[in-house]
Design a protein around this ligand. Structure first.
Ligand code: GDP
Ligand code: IMO
Ligand code: MG
Length: 432
């Protein structure tokens, strides 16, 4: 009954989409269990670059079933757009191969407006959200007034509920945030039309996933965002509003814990972040430009969802160890090793200095204010010049690149089983 889990070990954008693409070849179900269309997962197959925001990336393989779990927040309008985009790219999407949990929460245009108004009102302290309405939708869930996907099935009652929700948010927008009132008559028809399209896809997910596992099928859980954006374990308050770590899989899909076979932590060869919040190894200037890229390559560090330039920095092993502790990774998948080619030396953060003391592990729960006080202690590893993009075996890699990988796995105590060297589907090195 194998449940396999793919988790971002950093602040998101680690390359989870390509890892899911690899593992879903041998999976029957591929399931998203958290977040919504704040995610942007890239899968590169030849000339074709798929960018998925809300549908599980594994749907690209024709034999898989894509599952959208109860832990998600789903905007029917962006989901319907993504379904059209995938169909235009030749992906078959039927109710047999896309299942939406009746317990998943719905995002509305009102949530999006509120998200933007609330983040803007924070001024300098803003989170830098993706503006997709994620936070407000999870607030409604926790305060027990959220709209659930199952409600779409009762057309008249759903329309009333959405109208009442629009009226409530409108009051907030006008009174608290001095924004224009919401025009429900304009927004409602399009929203209801998109929601109605989802009707045939809505199911009770838990029993279906449990049955698949009981039959020995492989279920792949596709994490969105990354460990350091987890609402509890992440760099709070500069986080998203869902559980992004491996523990979220169980509540987000409605399955028990006894079935986990593999927890793959995906991590880049360096560190990136979009949005605000502490980033101890962040770089500016030439080194940053080198890691980020100019934007000329599709893999350069500009957000998949928002197009924002990503903040970049050296590999932080204190935070990777922290991520391992939060997720219990059974293996690591290291992406973008190719980007480091050409550096003479590669600094790696092995500890922090805080209040005159050295810390090799975090002694607090990600708290942003405390992390701001941490200064990186670097160890420099030798770099390499060779272009890695054609490497396909461990021995193809230069000695220094192998030493870099070995340094990471020894420090964290988790094997790096796979290394990728370009976005292309097969451009990777698998180690036994
Ligand atoms: P995700 O959100 O974790 O799925 O990651 P994103 O898709 O947002 O960002 C990862 C970016 O890195 C995408 O543009 C991928 O195509 C690209 N990528 C993934 N693996 C590699 C790799 O090994 N080398 C290079 N150069 N790019 C990669
Ligand atoms: P994937 O799945 C990178 C960040 C936002 C912001 C914070 C809160 O592609 O790795 P939100 O809109 O979720 O309320 O924003 O979280 N963020 C991401 N950063 N990758 C993502 O997803 C992200 N999803 C949210 O930039 O800092
Ligand atoms: Mg992404």
């Amino acid at each position: 009954m194998p449940l396999q889990i793919v988790i971002g070990a950093q602040w998101g954008d680690e390359g989870k989409g390509r890892v899911v693409d690899l593992l879903s070849e041998r999976s029957e179900l591929v399931a998203r269990y958290n977040g919504g269309d704040n995610a942007g997962h890239t899968v590169t197959v030849g000339e074709h670059i798929y960018k998925l925001h809300v549908i599980p990336s594994g749907i690209i393989h024709p034999r898989t079933v894509g599952v959208m779990g109860s832990g998600m927040v789903i905007n029917p309008q962006t989901l319907v757009e993504e379904m059209s985009m995938l169909r235009a790219a030749g992906v078959t999407l039927t109710p047999e191969r896309l299942w939406i949990s009746d317990a998943a929460q719905l995002i509305t245009p009102a949530h999006r407006l509120l998200d933007r108004a609330q983040d803007a009102a924070l001024g300098k302290g803003k989170i830098g959200t993706t503006g997709r309405g994620i936070g407000p939708a999870y607030v409604d869930k926790a305060s027990r007034r959220g709209l659930r996907a199952g409600e779409i099935l009762d057309e008249a009652a759903f329309s009333e509920r959405v109208r009442a929700h629009f009226a409530e948010v409108s009051r907030l927008l006008v009174e608290l945030y001095h924004q224009p009132a919401l025009d429900a008559d304009q927004l409602l028809p399009e929203y209801l039309a998109a929601a109605a399209e989802l009707r045939p896809y809505i199911r009770r997910i838990g029993p279906l996933v449990q049955a698949a596992l009981a039959q020995g099928q492989t279920v792949l859980a596709e994490g969105a965002q990354g460990t350091l954006l987890d609402v509890e374990q992440g760099t709070y308050p500069f986080v998203t509003s869902s559980c992004t770590t491996s523990t979220g899989v169980f509540s987000g899909l409605g399955v028990g814990v006894q079935t986990v076979e593999r927890v793959v932590g995906v991590t880049k060869a360096f560190q990136t972040r979009v949005g605000s919040g502490p980033f101890p190894t962040e770089l500016a200037g030439e080194a940053a430009d080198f890691l980020r890229g100019s934007g000329a390559n599709p893999w350069d560090e500009y957000g998949t969802t928002t197009g924002r330039p990503r903040r970049v920095g050296w590999r932080d092993l204190v935070l990777l160890r922290y991520a391992h502790e939060a997720n219990a990774f059974t293996e690591l998948f290291l992406t973008k090793l190719d980007v480091l080619s050409g550096l003479k030396e590669i600094p790696v953060c092995v500890a922090y200095e805080r209040n005159g003391k050295q810390l090799a592990t975090l002694d607090f729960s990600g708290d942003a204010r405390l992390l701001e006080q941490c200064h990186p202690v670097y160890q420099s590893l030798p770099g390499w010049d060779a272009d890695l993009r054609a490497c396909r075996t461990w021995n193809d890699l230069p000695v220094a690149a192998r030493a870099y990988v070995e340094f990471i796995e020894k420090t964290i105590g988790v094997p790096v089983r796979t290394i990728s060297v370009s976005p292309e589907r097969l451009a990777m090195i698998q180690r036994g």
